[in-house]
Design a protein around this ligand. Structure first.
Ligand SMILES: *Cc1c(COP(=O)(O)O)cnc(C)c1O
Length: 460
C-alpha cells in the first residue's frame, strides 16, 4: 500500500513570514468600539487572524513574484497584457479580453454595455457590487436562484443553481426583449460559496439563447466551482479543472472577473466576451473609466502576476487544498454543534447567525453583532453577510430582509496553516458555549450605497 498525503497538507512551503500582533481582550473591546462595531472599520494591524475576505488577501507564489519583476510598464501594448490575454484564452476560452482595475470595474463596463433603462436583470442571488452597478444603469435585479439556496440546512450539492422555472416565468412575464442578460455567479458568494452544476449551466444557456438573452458569468471563483463539478457531478471526475472551466464558459457569452480571488493576486480584474460589438462597446468605455484597453487600471506587473496566478489556479491540487482548508474548519465547527450553512462552501465557512444568537432579532443586526463578538473574543476578523449587506430596496427604501443571516469566515488562499484554523474553531466553539450573552446592535450611521463597508453601530 502506498501512503497518501491528506488533502489538507499544504502543497507549498513558507519562504517569507509576516508577523501578526497578539492582543488582549481589553484592547480588542476598545478597538471594536472605535470601529463602530463594524469589522470593516478595524485596523488590520489589530487583527490576529484575518478572515474578513479572500479578496486580494492571497499569498502569491514565487512564480508570480518573479513575474512582478518582468513588468512592462509601457503605456500601450504592454507584453504582460498579451500574456494575460493568452492565459485568459487558455483557461476561459473567450475571444476578447477587456482589463479592469478589479471586478467591479468590469461589472460597470458590462452593465453599461448591456442594460437599457428599466430592463430586468436576473441572477442566481445577487452580489453586492454586481447588483449596485446593474441598478445604477437603470436595471432591476431579479433573483432566480433555486429555493434551496435560501435554506442553510438544505444539503443539496449545487445550491447555486438557477431555477429554470423562475427564469422562464420571468421571460414570459416581462418579455425577452426587456431582459438585459442573466448573470450567473460561480460559486455563489452570498449563498455561502455554493456551486452551480454543469447541467444547470448548459440548460440556462439553452433557455437564454433560445430567447436571444445573453449569459454573463461572474467567474470570480470559477476554478472553485469547476473543482466542485469535478468532485460532485457524474462524468467529470477524470476531467481537469481547466477542461471543466472551458466547458462552463462555452455555455455563456462573456464574463466579469475579479482577479483578487481565485487568481491569487492582490489587485486586478477583467471582462471577457465573444461578440465583437459587445467588446468594442466595453473598449470604448474602458478608456474613460479604467485605463487604456491594454492595462485597464492595472500596472504591467499586476497583469503578469494575475496571468500566472490564473494558470496556477487551474492546477487540480491547488484547488483541492483550497477546498480542503474550508472543509477542515467547517468539520471542526460542525462537530461541536455550531450552526453553519450546509454543505461547506468554497471560499469560507458561513455561520448561521440566526441559529447562533436566536435571542437577537434580525432588525438588531444579528450577524453584525456576532462578527464583532468573534473579534472581541479572539482577535479573529470575519464579515457580516445578512441584512446589513443586503441594504435597502431601491423604490420603497425598506431594508431587504434576507433569509440567510450569516457571518462569513473567509479563507485567504495559501495564507494560514492548520493551527490557525484550530484557533479559529476553538474560539468560536467557546463563544457558542456562552451564546446566551449575545446582544444586538443599533445602526447609528448609514451610508447611501454598499452600507456594510462603512456603517457604524452601537451596542444595545
Ligand atoms: C469580489 C467579487 C466581485 C467584485 O470584485 P472586486 O474585485 O472586489 O471589485 C464580484 N463578484 C463576486 C462573486 C465577488 O466575490
Amino acid at each position: 500500500m502506498s501512503f497518501t498525503i491528506p488533502p489538507m497538507a499544504e502543497p507549498y512551503k513558507i519562504k517569507m513570514v509576516e508577523p501578526v500582533k497578539i492582543t488582549t481582550r481589553e484592547f480588542r473591546e476598545n478597538a471594536a468600539k472605535e470601529a463602530g462595531y463594524n469589522t470593516f472599520l478595524l485596523r488590520s494591524e489589530d487583527v490576529y487572524i484575518d478572515l474578513l475576505t479572500d479578496s486580494g488577501t492571497n499569498a502569491m507564489s514565487e512564480y508570480q513574484w518573479a513575474g512582478i519583476m518582468l513588468g512592462d510598464e509601457a503605456y500601450a501594448g504592454s507584453k504582460n497584457y498579451y500574456f494575460l490575454e493568452s492565459a485568459m484564452k487558455e483557461c476561459f476560452g473567450y475571444k476578447h479580453l477587456v482589463p479592469a482595475h478589479q471586478g467591479r470595474g468590469a461589472e460597470h463596463l458590462v452593465s453599461k454595455a448591456l442594460i437599457k433603462q428599466g430592463q430586468w436583470v436576473p441572477g442566481n442571488m445577487y452580489f453586492t457590487t454586481t447588483r449596485q452597478h446593474q441598478e445604477l444603469q437603470g436595471g432591476h435585479f431579479v433573483d432566480v436562484i433555486v429555493d434551496a439556496a435560501h435554506d442553510p440546512n438544505n444539503e443539496d450539492p449545487f445550491k447555486g443553481n438557477v431555477d429554470l422555472v423562475k427564469f422562464e416565468k420571468l421571460i414570459k412575464e416581462k418579455g425577452a426583449e426587456n431582459i438585459a442578460y442573466i448573470t450567473i455567479g460561480v460559486t455563489v458568494n452570498l449563498a455561502g460559496g455554493q456551486p452551480v452544476s454543469m447541467q444547470n449551466l448548459r440548460e440556462v444557456g439553452e433557455l437564454a439563447h433560445k430567447n436571444n438573452i445573453k449569459v454573463i458569468l461572474d467567474a470570480t471563483r470559477a476554478m472553485e466551482n469547476a473543482y466542485y463539478i469535478k468532485t460532485r457531478e457524474k462524468g467529470y471526475e477524470n476531467k481537469s479543472v481547466k477542461e471543466i472551466l472551458r466547458e462552463m464558459c462555452s455555455y455563456t457569452d462573456g464574463a466579469t472577473c475579479s482577479g483578487k480571488k481565485d487568481f491569487h493576486t492582490n489587485i486586478g480584474g477583467f471582462a471577457a466576451c465573444n461578440d465583437d460589438d459587445f467588446a468594442q462597446n466595453m473598449r470604448s468605455n474602458v478608456v474613460v473609466y479604467e485605463g487604456l484597453q491594454t492595462y485597464g487600471g492595472m500596472a504591467g506587473r499586476d497583469m503578469e502576476a494575475m496571468a500566472r496566478g490564473m494558470l496556477e489556479a487551474c492546477e487540480d491540487h491547488v484547488m483541492k487544498h483550497r477546498i480542503a482548508q474550508s472543509e477542515y474548519l467547517w468539520n471542526k465547527l460542525d462537530k461541536a454543534g455550531v450552526p453553519l450553512v450546509r454543505p461547506c462552501g468554497g471560499h469560507g465557512v458561513f455561520v448561521d447567525a440566526k441559529a447562533f444568537y436566536p435571542q437577537v432579532p434580525q432588525e438588531q443586526y444579528t450577524a453584525q453583532a456576532l462578527a464583532i463578538d468573534i473579534y472581541i473574543h479572539s482577535g479573529v476578523r470575519s464579515m457580516e453577510r445578512g441584512i446589513v449587506s443586503a441594504g435597502r430596496d431601491q423604490e420603497t427604501g425598506k431594508e431587504h430582509k434576507p433569509k440567510l443571516e450569516t457571518v462569513r469566515l473567509t479563507i485567504p488562499r495559501r495564507v494560514y496553516t492548520q493551527s490557525h484554523f484550530d484557533v479559529v474553531a476553538d474560539s468560536i466553539i467557546d463563544l457558542y458555549q456562552q451564546r446566551d450573552k449575545g446582544r444586538g446592535l443599533k445602526m447609528v450611521y448609514e451610508p447611501k450605497a454598499l452600507r456594510f463597508f462603512q456603517a457604524r453601530f452601537e451596542k444595545l
